[in-house]
Design a protein. Structure first.
Length: 166
């Protein structure tokens, strides 16, 4: 993300993908107001240095990564300020990717703020995007074995969270 994006290109991207990007922000942050703020940050970043999206093979996937980074910044900020009160996401009505375990996804989303950056990326790709271990390994630059170990650890933490919540 180095070259600037024109405001006309940003407007076209917002028109085409804004709904999906906002839905992702709401899913990750579980707070509609914070999601609106994060989406604004996404487009501010795109205007400064988001020209690469125009050449991307999969623009939505490219944009999702920008959204993820902005949302992860918000989650890290929450963690630093020890904010723990945010919505449960029930009012958002988001539809998960087919094949995603909804209970595990919800537990992982509630845990996002406690995870490392790498764990957050993997959790989102697995529980929100429904990506395979191989796809995740390619995306994050790790071996499938390493990704499998990280996923098992995430599943264990999510299961522990579910048990505590019950």
């Amino acid at each position: 993300m180095s070259e600037a994006l024109s405001s006309a290109d940003a407007a076209r991207l917002y028109e085409r993908y804004g709904f999906f990007l906002l839905r992702r922000c709401r899913t990750l942050l579980r707070d509609p107001a914070a999601a609106d703020d994060a989406l604004q940050q996404v487009f501010e970043q795109l205007l400064r240095r988001g020209g690469g999206v125009l050449a991307a093979d999969e623009p939505l996937r490219w944009l999702y990564r920008v959204v993820d980074h902005c949302c992860f910044d918000v989650l890290r900020s929450r963690r630093r300020s020890k904010e723990s009160s945010h919505g449960d996401g029930a009012e958002l009505g988001e539809t998960p990717h087919p094949g995603v375990d909804i209970e595990a996804r919800d537990a992982a989303l509630k845990l996002l703020g406690t995870l490392s950056d790498e764990e957050m990326r993997i959790a989102v790709m697995l529980f929100v995007d429904g990506m395979s271990q191989g796809e995740i390994a390619d995306e994050v630059g790790l071996s499938r074995v390493t990704v499998n170990k990280r996923i098992q650890a995430l599943r264990a933490r999510a299961a522990h969270y579910i048990e505590e919540a019950s």
